[in-house]
Design a protein around this ligand. Structure first.
Ligand SMILES: C[S@@+](CC[C@H](N)C(=O)[O-])C[C@H]1O[C@@H](n2cnc3c(N)ncnc32)[C@H](O)[C@@H]1O
Length: 354
């Protein structure tokens, strides 16, 4: 079986299975790409790990949004699958180098917000236990999302409870399983918002903001509207972004949180990207910072991924994640599992006493 044929199968599967029912436009485009030998050859100009339909379609969409592929932009705006298929192939063949350059430079991003439903009660609980009147948020392995603006969204849980700002333009919902409600304490004043990543995304940068839009499927206008509201919320109070290896950058991040505020480091589905040795050095950094002040770490990570957080006897890779809280208080470390969550935080079971 030739490589091009294998790629054809990937694109056909993406169209007929992944996009079908959700995005008729991408279903049509992906199937058309799978049937064009020329298009598949152009895609093969990208490194193997950058040939996936989500990457190539986002790169094409980025060119359309940037005004560099007007026919594709018009077809996307009209949600015209046949026109988009023709325009996508034409753009891919005419602008192969540009498509490949975008695919190589960028990682597909989703501006995911479900994390806030988990982070909000956990951060509030950290502050309550320490008696902190204010917090400085440091999001490590930063999502291009709302982790650093968790206090500025509204969250409604399936048991009728709600947290956060009920008048926020960004309203989220999450389901609760089990019989323990999430605590209703509020996140105190947030006095610092700091994102740490090797390659941070800045929504106030036009290219970065366009890339986030490009990663959405064009015929999902409700998602585009939600993303715009979320990005506007972040842009109104832009976080400080620190670029680099978290293990190196964390001391600088802590130094930027005012002394009377509790630094709360957050990680959501980020630490699995760190080698084990880096995860342990990350933990060590938190411990070092706690020599001079109390530090909290709130995590939502796969079972067993966050060092020191109990696994509750759950098996690794068991399909859910652990909501962790570690408080480093000078010489003492108190680490516990506050709960479990599924689907990146849209379903959660709270376990901790509050
Ligand atoms: C899976 S992604 C982020 C997930 C995101 N927090 C979420 O909730 O969707 C992992 C991120 O960690 C970053 N990353 C990986 N290793 C890192 C390191 N050593 N220091 C800083 N950032 C790192 C990557 O650049 C990437 O943005």
């Amino acid at each position: 079986m030739s490589r091009a044929r294998t790629l054809a199968q990937v694109y056909r599967h993406f169209g007929e299975v992944d996009a079908a029912g959700t995005s008729p436009l991408y279903e049509r485009v992906a199937v058309a790409l799978s049937e064009s030998d020329e298009a598949l050859r152009a895609i093969e100009a990208a490194p193997a790990r950058k040939r996936h339909p989500t990457v190539i379609l986002a790169a094409l969409h980025d060119l359309a949004l940037a005004g560099r592929a007007p026919a594709l932009a018009a077809a996307c705006a009209a949600a015209d699958g046949d026109a988009a298929a023709g325009a996508a192939i034409d753009t891919l063949l005419r602008m192969t180098d540009s498509v490949v350059a975008i695919a190589v430079r960028r990682r597909t991003q989703t501006f995911e917000t479900g994390r806030c439903a988990v982070l909000y009660p956990a951060i509030a609980e950290a502050a309550r236990r320490v008696g902190a009147p204010a917090v400085g948020l440091i999001d490590v392995g930063r999502s291009a999302g709302l982790n650093l603006h968790v206090d500025r969204v509204g969250i409604t849980y399936s048991d009728g409870r709600s947290l956060g700002d009920p008048s926020s333009p960004v309203q989220l919902s999450a389901s609760i399983v089990g019989n323990r409600p999430v605590p209703t304490g509020a996140v105190p004043e947030v006095v610092a918002r700091i994102g740490v990543d090797r390659d941070p995304v800045d929504v106030t940068d036009a290219d970065d903001a366009r890339w986030l839009r490009a990663c959405l499927w064009p015929d999902r206008p409700e998602r585009v509207a939600r993303l715009d509201a979320e990005m506007a919320l972040v842009a109104a109070a832009p976080p400080l972004l620190l670029r680099g290896n978290a293990v190196e950058v964390l001391p600088d991040a802590f130094a930027r949180v005012p002394a009377d505020a509790l630094p709360v480091v957050t990680t959501t589905w980020a630490l699995s990207r760190f080698p084990l040795e880096s995860r342990l050095r990350f933990l060590h950094r938190l411990d070092e910072a706690a020599v001079g002040r109390t530090v909290a770490w709130v995590s939502a990570e796969g079972v067993g991924v966050a060092p020191a957080i109990p696994t509750l006897g759950d098996r690794r890779a068991s399909g859910h994640s652990t909501i962790g809280l570690a408080v480093f208080d000078r010489s003492a470390l108190r680490a516990e599992a506050l709960g479990r969550c599924w689907s990146r935080g849209s379903l959660l079971a709270w376990l901790a006493d509050s």
